[in-house]
Each structure stands twice: as structure tokens, then as C-alpha cells.
Design a protein around this ligand. Structure first.
Ligand code: GLU
Length: 301
């Protein structure tokens, strides 16, 4: 809970020029999304099930500033990924205010989609071929890249090449964890379920660096800028997709259409500016949607 303590300190220090809001966007500053009442997708078993119950169950993260964050008091989720889920629900005809979000850690995403625990997943989820053998992906809707978070007083670590003998923390089951293990084997890798535990460990000198996507790290650094900094340039490409059950091509392609429409009508940008944009990075162009044909993933190994 050290991060929580640090965040309280940051809250006390807030109000200085340029210091980001600590609690994330206020509800009334977020865009609203018109529900597409006439939408039907009978070819999708996931959609039919959601339609019957009246809402989507969406997997997300709960400890990633500006992306997916749960307010412990209200239980509400906020962030860019959460807004993506909300606009997708509206496009698919179900009230976004009725979404039930469920926190699912990086290592458990594929299982949660496979066993029907969630309808779809929006949480800094990198699209790659290995995962495509297990789940489907709509998108990408954002392009991140792997980076490094260190303490403000760290001088030695400027990139992944400086990690030899250093204790580096990341989340189990994540692509950044795998990349350090495979490409920088001299680093002393430590894994936890979530990045906020890694950040606590960084603040208490248990580890020397935290590695994951820059979008996530910038959020942690922005909350305690006196303590932490992101160093170096991104050293991978992490295209974020919406995870769906692998067999549900109808849902995947409908989400691709919905993303395209929300990018065209400005909702994507409005959502970005109300969430991730608060960390100080201006809205980029969204990456092109990779509408891979039905059944393709099934031919993979
Ligand atoms: N985008 C990376 C991944 O999907 C890292 C972030 C995360 O663990 O969610 O593995």
C-alpha cells in the first residue's frame, strides 16, 4: 500500500503548475456515447448472451492510472481502456452504464475469455500471434511500446541494455516480462500479478526498475513525479487490442467496425483527451485496424 501513501502525498502536493489530477477524470468531463438501439448481432453467441442479460461483462485492469483504474470507494472504473469498453457497448446496442467490469490480471486474460467469465477484455492487451491462437482481437485501438520506470535518483539505467544484474519487475504473463526474459537474460527478473506491486517495490528499493508499456509507466510516474521517472525510448511495439472469445468472429468484426466508426466520429479522440491525455501526451493518430479474416487464427500453430 506504499503506492497509496505516495499518491496521498502527491495529492497533498497537487495544485502546482502542470501537476496532473490525482484521481483521474471527473465523471462529467467524460464523453457520453449514444446507444445504437437497433443493433443486432445474432451470429455472435457472446452478444446474444449479453443481450439476454442486458449488459456486457468486461475484463479490465484496476490499478493502471489513466488506462484502467478502480475507485476503491465507489467501485467505479475509469480510464482510456474503460472508455473504449463503454463506447463499444454503446455501438453494440447495450447501455454502457450497465457494464460490469471485472479485474483480470495479465496472466489470466486468455482463460477468462475461454471460460466465458467475461464477454470481452479491454486492458492494455497486446495483440500477438501466440495469443491469437487462444483468443481473438479487435483493433488495434492504440500503439504502446515497452519502457522502463526507475526512481528519480537512478543514474545507471537508461535502457534495457543497462539491466545486467539489476532487479527488474514486471507482471506475470505479460509481453514485457517475456521480452526481458528472452532478450536480456542478465537482468534479475521479478514477477508479480500487477504492476502496482512492482511500483511499490521500486519505491521501497526492493527492485531497481519496473518494465511494461510506456502508456502504463507514464501514468505511474505522473502520479509521483518527485519519486519516479520513465527513461529511454520505447523498445517494442505493443498494439492494444480488444480480446474476444476466439471462435466469435462476428463479435470481433463488429468491434472492428465500431472502433473505426468511433475513430471517425471523434469519440476516440475525446475519450483519449479525457483520460490518457491527462498524463501529458497529446492524442496520437490511432493505428490502422487489422481486420483479419474469419477463421485465420484457427490455422495457426
Ligand atoms: N501490453 C502488454 C501485455 O499485454 C503489457 C501490459 C499488460 O500486462 O497488460 O502483456
Amino acid at each position: 500500500m506504499l503506492l497509496a501513501a505516495a499518491l496521498l502525498l502527491a495529492a497533498a502536493a497537487c495544485g502546482k503548475d502542470g501537476s496532473p489530477p490525482v484521481k483521474g477524470p471527473a465523471q462529467d468531463e467524460l464523453p457520453t456515447y449514444q446507444v445504437n438501439e437497433d443493433f443486432r448481432l445474432p451470429g455472435s453467441p457472446t452478444w446474444r448472451r449479453a443481450e439476454r442479460r442486458g449488459y456486457f461483462v468486461v475484463g479490465a485492469k484496476e490499478d493502471q492510472p489513466f488506462l484502467g483504474e478502480k475507485d476503491p470507494a465507489s467501485g467505479g472504473y475509469t480510464g482510456f481502456d474503460i472508455e473504449i469498453a463503454r463506447m463499444m457497448s454503446a455501438s453494440l446496442g447495450l447501455d454502457p452504464d450497465r457494464i460490469r467490469f471485472r479485474t483480470i490480471a495479465s496472466a489470466n486474460r486468455e482463460t477468462a475469455l475461454q471460460n466465458g467469465q467475461i464477454d470481452f477484455y479491454v486492458g492494455t492487451y497486446t495483440i500477438n500471434d501466440n495469443r491469437k491462437n487462444l483468443v481473438g482481437f479487435a483493433g488495434p485501438y492504440y500503439m504502446a511500446g515497452q519502457g522502463l520506470l526507475v526512481r528519480k535518483d537512478e543514474e545507471d539505467v537508461k535502457g534495457p541494455g543497462d539491466l545486467d544484474g539489476k532487479r527488474v519487475c514486471s507482471a506475470s504473463g505479460s509481453t514485457p516480462y517475456q521480452r526481458i526474459r528472452d532478450e536480456f537474460p542478465e537482468a534479475e527478473l521479478v514477477a508479480y500479478d500487477s504492476y502496482s506491486i512492482c511500483v511499490d517495490n521500486l519505491l521501497t528499493y526492493q527492485v531497481d526498475a519496473v518494465t511494461t508499456d510506456d502508456a502504463i509507466l507514464i501514468g505511474y510516474a505522473a502520479k509521483v513525479p518527485e519519486e519516479l521517472k520513465v527513461v529511454g525510448r520505447p523498445f517494442s511495439e505493443e498494439p492494444y487490442g480488444i480480446g474476444v472469445p476466439r471462435e466469435d468472429d462476428a463479435l470481433r468484426l463488429a468491434l472492428d467496425d465500431a472502433l473505426e466508426e468511433r475513430e471517425r466520429n471523434g469519440d476516440w479522440r475525446r475519450a483519449y483527451e479525457a483520460t490518457l491525455g491527462l498524463s501529458g501526451v497529446p492524442a496520437p493518430e490511432p493505428p490502422p485496424i487489422d481486420r483479419y479474416p474469419a477463421g485465420r487464427a484457427r490455422t495457426g500453430t
